[in-house]
Design a protein around this ligand. Structure first.
Ligand code: ATP
Ligand code: FE
Length: 356
């Protein structure tokens, strides 16, 4: 079973070909990603109109390149999977239109994929793990704990009530005059900083459950920065490093505690081979990765972090989710619509209310 996947929900235009191999394994035959960072950098954020137009212009090239790199033509493809949401509606529509065109022209089955399901199923693509597993989705736009029971069955245990951690890293970098994306630059600064010098809040730790909040960190950082500037006239290199270290430590500590709670809920299902996986760009952070690994080990679970190019937005995860959905009998028609909002647990009413 060979599936062509398309992704265009945010600021990456991507196409990929994934083939299901014997058993449950799958092989990424090609994965092409065109980032749009340059197009948006002058605006300090993704501009939906510009993103949608760039996706529409780039998708055809992406598809051609993905097929070429996989050494295939459309006749070697069995189905077309496309991100149908959630995301920026114009971008999602560009992808859905492209996929519909390909499906109408070739007669190939069309499968609409939830972008978050793509992220959440990635550990099955990379490591072939079995359901149910716990996944922490932690990126620029998302932060949530999910138990994956099946390709369309997820229980959401909790998540951020405001900013996503990647967004918090990006804002912190902006406030300190560090380059974007903020994650890598804040992490690099934090290495030479003292995490104890500035005490950042640990929001929601006093409340039960797995919900998180990160927007307060930015406010705290702004206050600390302004105070230093008022006292000394500016920030030294060390001030900046200490602020980054304190900020990052707050995120690390919060994620550690909430992950412990999420694991406890997951272990109540008594999985035979407990696995905790992570997905999303923030998983690139060494401090976050290592604390998650420690927490998982302490709870007797395996920790899985897919390679970074499959953690950030890509179409291989969409093609792979397409394979799982196709095998489960899912098919969409040419009336497939783009959904700007699409909570992951919405497609499985049976699960609603069980973990929320
Ligand atoms: P989404 O997948 O939610 O639609 P996205 O495209 O913004 O959103 P990703 O591509 O998964 O998210 O990840 C990008 C985010 O990851 C950025 O916010 C970036 O700052 C953050 N990030 C990347 N590297 C690191 C790092 N080393 N430490 C912390 N954050 C990081
Ligand atoms: Fe994403």
């Amino acid at each position: 079973l060979t599936v062509l996947g398309l992704e265009s929900s945010c600021d990456d235009t991507a196409a990929a070909v994934v083939r299901q191999t014997v058993g449950t394994g799958a092989e990424v035959l090609s994965s092409i990603v065109y980032g749009q960072t340059d197009l948006h950098s002058a605006f300090g954020g993704v501009v939906p109109e510009i993103a949608a137009r760039a996706h529409a212009e780039k998708l055809d090239t992406c598809v051609v390149q993905a097929l070429e790199a996989a050494n295939l033509t459309l006749s070697g493809i069995d189905a077309i999977a496309v991100t149908a949401g959630p995301g920026l509606i114009g971008g999602v529509m560009s992808g859905v239109m492209c996929a519909k065109g390909l499906s109408a022209a070739t007669g190939l089955p069309l499968i609409g994929v939830n972008h978050l399901a793509g992220h959440a199923l990635t550990p099955r693509l990379t490591d072939g793990i079995a359901f149910p597993y716990l996944i922490l989705l932690v990126s620029g736009g998302h932060c949530q704990y999910l138990i994956a029971h099946g390709p369309e069955e997820f229980t959401r245990l909790g998540g951020t009530i405001d900013d996503a951690p990647g967004e918090a890293f990006d804002k912190t970098a902006r406030l300190l005059g560090l380059p974007q994306p903020g994650g890598p630059s804040v992490e690099a600064e934090a290495r030479s900083g003292d995490p104890e010098r500035f005490r950042f809040p640990r929001p929601l730790l006093d409340r039960p459950g797995c919900d998180l909040s990160f927007s307060g960190l930015k406010t705290a950082l702004m206050r600390m920065r302004d105070q230093i500037v008022a006292e000394k006239g500016g920030l030294t290199r060390q001030d900046r490093a200490d602020l980054c270290a304190g900020f990052q430590q707050a995120i690390v500590d919060t994620l550690a505690e909430k992950t412990r709670r999420a694991i406890d809920q997951y272990l109540e299902l008594a999985p035979s081979d407990p696995v905790i996986a992570v997905a999303g760009g923030v998983a690139a952070n060494t401090a976050i990765r290592s604390v998650l690994e420690t927490v998982c080990c302490a709870k007797g679970a395996r920790f899985i972090a897919p390679p970074l190019n499959l953690c950030t937005d890509n179409a291989a995860m969409i093609a792979y989710a397409g394979i799982e959905l196709f095998r489960a009998g899912a098919r969409d028609g040419l009336d497939l619509t783009a959904r700007p909002r699409w909570p992951l647990d919405q497609s499985s009413p049976a699960m609603l209310g069980s973990g929320k």
